[in-house]
Design a protein around this ligand. Sequence first.
Ligand code: KG4
Ligand code: ZN
Length: 362
Amino acid sequence: MLTLGIETSCDETSAAVVEGERRILSNIVASQFDLHARYGGVVPELACRRHVEVISQTVESALDEAGVALDDVGLISVVKGPGLIGALLVGVSFAKALARSRGVPIIGVNHVEAHVYSAVMSSDTIEFPAIGLVVSGGHTMLFLMEDFGVYRWLGGTVDDAVGEAGDKVATLLGLPYLGGPLVEKLAGGGNARAIDFPRAMMRRRSYDFSYAGLKTAVLYHVKGYAGSPRDPSLIDDAERADIAAGYQVAAFEPLVRKTMWAAEEFAAQSAVVCGGVSRNETLRAMFADAGADCGVPVYFPAKELCTDNAAMVAGLGAWRAVRFPDESSGDFDAFPNFGAFDALEDYRDPRARRRGGRRRKE
Ligand code: KG4
Ligand code: ZN
């Protein structure tokens, strides 16, 4: 069966055709990079308008590149959330209209789960239980996967996401939008030990993360303090590279250590690291080393599947439709907040459990 995937949760309009649950026939990503670059971040209203303008063409390109017609598609899978509500509504409305007009079943899937599925699509040797880590511009979260599709929440960021922190640090270093990959490049020429930035929330019992303090530490390093301000334009290239390298290890160490602690605590057979930041080679190398030391194989998505794309959405939709046929009834709405990760349960955080927790159902 062919599945048409549609993704519009943030600033990429993407459409893809996947055969079965894994074979990618096309994966078109229309980036809005040019639109948001001069604002230094995604402007939601502009993102929605651009999605409206290009979604039709993006879907046509995905079908053309796959060499298939709309009539060949047996399922439409669209991201229903989390994400920017206006942006999500464009994809969901378009997908529903297409599905109704063609009489094709439609399923709404979770963007975060699609990131996890991108690793499953890229490898058939992942063993469960596994520890999952999603590191992207919008999310930093750790969970136990008893199997794919069965999750237990372990922890997440209490403030910024790690990808977002990297983008902010890039701005402080005078790098253009979108900064995460540029920080990585700059760090390549630096010494990660030259500047000792703080690693946050390293208590063994916590699986939460924090990036606001690290971001502020970089800010003070670059701009100085009230009593002794510094002109950032006078920082030489060697120091900029050291800042970038020092930032990266301080940002990544908690991710690696907590994933390995969780793997030990829950006797996980593997770890799965996904989302935009999982493209980063330093992060991959740190995980490979720690995984080898702890005897935990670490899996990543193929590089082109790390950042937002519709192939992971199509693949996940196909996977879920087979196992949970009720989900492809088309009865779903777009939702902006994290929370419809249906099988996810609060596990560690007693405060969240008492409140009824993050387990909010749709
Ligand atoms: O998964 P994604 O495309 O979108 C969200 O769901 O948020 O992730 C985008 C994030 C951005 O913050 C971007 O700077 C970061 O992933 N990113 C990277 C790298 N490539 C993308 N961060 C560090 N190193 C990279 N190579
Ligand atoms: Zn994403």
